[in-house]
Design a protein around this ligand. Structure first.
Ligand code: AKG
Ligand code: FE2
Length: 505
């Protein structure tokens, strides 16, 4: 039977009245005593309630801490003394199973709410500590915010640099893009494709209004895909356009100007201008299962550094290794492309719009490894890094073309000297504001200055992302299906060759 508080109080009062009073002031104190008794009972109940609340509170705090811990995942950047620390270790064996948490984008699951991780730059000069390999941390310094660019010294050991260079040599290197004439050799000054002047005019005339505006000419010049228009051609055409009273070129004017731009231009020092945008040799190294452990380890390190889902990094292009001999260079360019509805990304074209006429590189970020140090020249230049505004026209005004690294390397805003083992990481795209890849970051324009003393070796690790999240998801599903079909068919597991998916590489 349950005893109510009132019953209890009544009993207490009865007990009190039976007891002889010890005090002469019995009656005046009676009510006070009763009050004390009531208050004792209340205190006990109050204590129980407080304790219950206290425990619930403690449990809530513990639950909250566990939630925060597991949601950040062991590899996420966490703050320590103002420094962010990534703690995913490196494995030399096969890829460890991906850790659970939102970092991972399982091949089957592509919820539209998934966000692409992006490292915070904080401010130029800010240093964060990152854990990429067991037993040591690396420092990652913010070099610019536009583009978001970081430097990580010692990303590779000397031995690792040597191994990558040797693997590239064993594989064999090919000319990059177009064979460039060596110094002193007569340059052909022909576009890579043999196009008539009318065809060039039509290609440049983006809005097809029969007139060339300055903007139309400039917008053709800075993409790797449009390598046929050299800085020299560009400057000549722009000079012709500026001389034209209307500030525009019709086909007739253009014919005259283009003819002039096609003639070999002699520089003041008597050296012929090199119209090619790039001169170097390169090769591709597969980094998946079965590849050399150093290549495999490097890819895992990129996953740790970028916090991107391993599936995304694993399905990206292989490592590109480039060798620059004396005088080799690459003009300023973007590693990725503006997204257009008419073009599909090269890496997802299996899953993309097959009727799209164009195909472009879609590279969310670049991790560039310096494999050798170079005494003179060979710097990577970001001509407009952290400019207050980006003005394409300013790049080619007053006879100065900042995209022409052979001529104007020393004028760029940011120049980085190759040091063996150092890695640079930059984002080629902005965020779309919803956690996915947005517009091309025009400040990511970069090139490399001619190597002056010594041979320069670098490697590019590009992470491919389709600006259309659904297409990226479809692509990854498709790859997973092919992969399953393949492993079902074969007795022994054969890793899906990257060239199955990237026939152009
Ligand atoms: O070699 C460098 O410094 C830059 C290389 C580069 O930008 C590229 O290969 O896309
Ligand atoms: Fe590049």
């Amino acid at each position: 039977m349950e005893e109510t508080l009132e019953d209890f109080m009544e009993q207490e009062e009865t007990k009190d009245s039976d007891e002889p009073s010890l005090s002469p002031y019995n009656s005046p104190f009676r009510s006070t005593r009763l009050h004390i008794q009531r208050s004792n009972v209340c205190s006990r109940a109050y204590f129980v309630v407080v304790m219950v609340f206290f425990h619930v509170y403690i449990l809530n705090v513990i639950a909250l801490l566990l939630y925060v811990h597991y949601n950040n995942g062991p590899g996420d950047l966490g703050s320590r003394d103002g420094a962010a620390v990534a703690s995913v270790g490196e494995s030399r064996g096969p890829l460890p199973p991906p850790a659970p948490g939102p970092r991972d984008l399982p091949v089957e699951d592509h919820s539209p709410s998934f966000s692409l991780p992006r490292i915070e730059g904080i401010r130029v000069g800010h240093v964060q500590r990152v854990s990429l390999v067991p037993d040591r941390t690396h420092e990652m310094k913010t070099l610019s915010l536009k583009p978001l660019l970081f430097e990580i010294p010692g990303f590779l050991s000397e031995e690792e640099c040597r191994v990558v260079v040797q693997l590239a040599q064993l594989k064999g290197l090919m000319e990059s893009q177009a064979p460039a004439p060596s110094h002193g050799q007569e340059e052909s000054n022909q576009p890579l494709l043999s196009l008539s002047t009318e065809e060039v005019f039509s290609l440049l005339d983006l809005n097809q209004d029969g007139l060339l505006q300055k903007q139309e000419i400039i917008s053709h010049s800075h993409s790797r895909d449009g390598t046929w228009l050299s800085p020299h051609n560009l400057r000549q055409i722009l000079t012709g356009l500026e001389d034209c009273p209307t500030g525009m070129l019709n086909l007739e004017n253009f014919r005259r100007v283009y003819d002039v731009s096609q003639r070999p231009g002699k520089q003041q020092n008597g050296m012929v201008r090199n119209q090619f945008k790039q001169r170097s040799k390169h090769t591709w190294l597969y980094q998946g299962l079965g590849s050399h452990h150093v290549l495999h380890a490097l890819r895992n390190r990129v996953i740790s550094l970028t916090h991107l889902p391993s599936a995304l990094v694993e399905l990206s292009e292989p490592l590109q290794v480039i060798r620059y001999e004396h005088g080799d260079f690459s003009n300023a360019h973007y590693d990725s492309s503006h997204s257009h509805s008419e073009s599909t990304c090269t890496h997802t074209r299996l899953a993309g719009n097959s009727s799209a006429p164009g195909e472009v590189s879609c590279r969310y970020l670049t991790v560039l490894f310096y494999l050798t140090s170079i005494k003179e020249g060979g710097e990577t230049t970001f001509p407009v890094a952290d400019n207050r505004t980006y003005d394409e026209q300013a790049l080619v005004q007053d006879g100065v073309d900042l995209t022409d690294t052979q001529e104007t390397c020393d004028r760029g805003n940011l120049r980085l000297k190759p040091t063996a083992g150092t890695a640079l990481l930059w984002y080629n795209h902005l965020s779309d504001g919803r956690g996915w890849m947005g517009e091309l970051d025009e400040y990511s324009l970069h090139g490399d200055c001619p190597a002056r003393h010594g041979v320069k070796w670098v490697a590019n690790s590009w992470v491919n992302v389709d600006p259309d999240q659904q297409v990226q998801a479809r692509y990854q599903r498709l790859v997973a299906q092919r992969h399953q079909a393949k492993s079902g068919m074969e007795e022994h597991y054969q890793p899906l060759s990257h060239s199955d998916l990237h026939q152009d590489l």
